[in-house]
Design a protein around this ligand. Structure first.
Ligand code: NDP
Length: 454
């Protein structure tokens, strides 16, 4: 009997999760097509993690040059120049290189790339333009898109997507929101010399992070020149030439060269046709899946930012690996979401893994907190007033480290190794038994002997 389907799998969306799923499924012998309407690599490669990190590097340079004074280097007055256009052009070249790599990865794996906007026109049919494609299974990996709150003048509001292609850097900017993207872009802009005010409706930045981290990072960001206004929201924005007037709900107004909203992202489902299939959604509008990434329509799967799990590239990739193994390999695994390390590239950066103090108290009852704050060795000569925070949270009954948090340079680099230890069930005694690397900041994590609180 001939196969009724053209493909075993059609993946919609060539971002981190979609590309990994398509490649690994094809490597297991499946006939796979992937449909993409915009760019290869998705948010992470094009308007997220990768270009953001390049901008983060750029925004550190001025500070490095200032710090160089204490080490005997100096830049003569007026000699320092920064050209935004050069940074954007160099970034664009790198992203194009990565787009090419993604294309070749798909090609080498034997995946058919279909350029265009996909509509799911049946449980096993995808339409792109006037072409219909059939597949035994469909995987939706379309990701998310920034949301701008519905305020008067919202057409003047930029999002993180726009920041990567700004023609010019303004002298001043308002950043709206208090999550990952808001603190990262406020830091990038401030580091590049822009006068930044961050406006957030909550009484602390970064909901979901440990409260100590949230307070500490706000203090340190303020020291680096970011004005942080908590407990305020934006009501309207008007534009006069290149100047924007941002009006807050308390009637106060602020003039700036730009308003960027970083007020969350939502699944990019519009126009995909899933509503016609009665596919069940979660309350937040993300696609509901079971632990096998299967939606309420059994032939349709979904993964990545579109299913409401943490919106992180390594999560989408890990989900893709589980799904590919389960569908086309010998696996029947599920994804575990405990002890997922994450970094926020604000300045100074945050690295974290495991539970916050509040979560640990709720889950384990009796806990021990070990905590230190100190000035990084580098700044003994540079003179910069910057401090590092490190905190370990230990379940008292088992002695297991259940949370590790840091604010300071290279926090993400440090936290990756600590995440391995925690995944392996390391106790505080294991941390204490580990020999430090001297002189580093990281050694503080294995020399935290004094109990801070319970
Ligand atoms: P987040 O969900 O992290 O933060 C959204 C922020 O906007 C919150 O502070 C929220 O406030 C605020 N907000 C939401 N709605 C409104 C509104 N109507 N009016 C005013 N404020 C509002 O989203 P982001 O856009 O910053 O980032 C999206 C996701 O992308 C992140 O959650 C993260 O998973 C991922 N990401 C990861 C990065 C990394 O790994 N380094 C970097 C960048 C993004 P409140 O807390 O009060 O709800």
């Amino acid at each position: 009997m001939s196969d009724p389907f053209q493909y075993d799998l059609i993946v919609i969306g060539a971002g981190s999760g979609g590309v990994r799923l398509a490649r690994t499924a094809a490597a297991r012998g499946a006939r796979v097509a992937i449909v993409e309407s915009r760019y290869l690599g998705g948010t992470c490669v094009n308007v997220g993690c990768v270009p953001k990190k390049l901008f983060v590097y750029a925004s550190h340079v001025r500070e490095e040059l200032e710090d160089a004074g204490g080490y005997g280097f100096s830049v003569p007055d007026g000699a320092l120049c920064f050209d935004w256009g050069t940074l954007v052009a160099n970034k664009d070249r790198e992203i194009e290189r990565l787009n090419g790599i993604y294309g070749r990865l798909l090609d080498n794996a034997g995946v058919t790339l279909i350029n265009g906007t996909a509509r799911v026109t049946g449980p096993q049919q995808v339409t792109v333009g006037d072409q219909h494609y059939s597949a035994e299974r469909i995987a939706v990996a379309v990701g998310g898109w920034p949301v701008i709150p519905d305020v008067s003048g919202s057409e003047h509001v930029l999002t993180s997507n726009d920041m990567f292609y700004l023609k010019q850097l303004p002298a001043s900017a308002v950043v709206w929101g208090g999550g990952y993207i808001a603190v990262e872009f406020a830091s990038i802009l401030a580091g590049l010399g822009v006068n930044v005010r961050l406006i957030h409706r909550g009484d602390r930045l970064l909901r979901g992070f440990d409260d100590d981290v949230r307070d500490f990072v706000a203090d340190e960001m303020r020291k680096k020149g970011v004005e942080i206004s908590l407990g305020h929201n934006i009501q309207a924005v008007t534009r006069t030439g290149d100047l924007y007037t941002v009006t807050l709900e308390n009637g106060e107004s602020e003039e700036a060269g730009m308003l960027m909203a970083a007020t969350g992202r939502k699944p990019l489902l519009a126009g995909l046709g899933l509503d016609a299939l009665d596919l069940t959604l979660n309350e937040d509008g993300s696609v509901k899946v079971n632990d096998q990434f299967q939606t309420s329509v059994p032939s349709i799967y979904a993964l990545g930012d579109v299913i409401g799990t943490p919106q992180l590239t390594p999560i989408a990739i890990a989900q893709a690996m589980v799904l590919s193994r389960n569908l086309f390999g010998d696996g029947k695994g599920v994804m575990h979401y405990d002890n997922i390390p994450t970094a926020v590239f604000c300045q100074p950066s945050i690295g974290t893994v495991g539970l916050t103090e509040a979560q640990a108290r709720e889950r384990h009852g009796a806990i021990r907190i070990y905590r230190t704050e100190f000035k990084p060795m580098k700044h003994t000569l540079s003179g910069r007033d910057e401090r590092i925070l490190m905190k370990l949270i230990v379940d008292d009954a088992s002695d297991r480290v259940v949370g590790a948090h840091m604010v300071g340079p290279e926090a993400g680099e440090m936290m990756q190794g600590i995440a391995v230890a925690m995944k392996a069930g390391a106790t505080k005694a294991d941390f204490d038994d580990t020999v430090g690397i001297h002189p580093t900041s990281a050694e503080e994590f294995v020399t935290l002997r004094e109990l801070h609180s319970r």
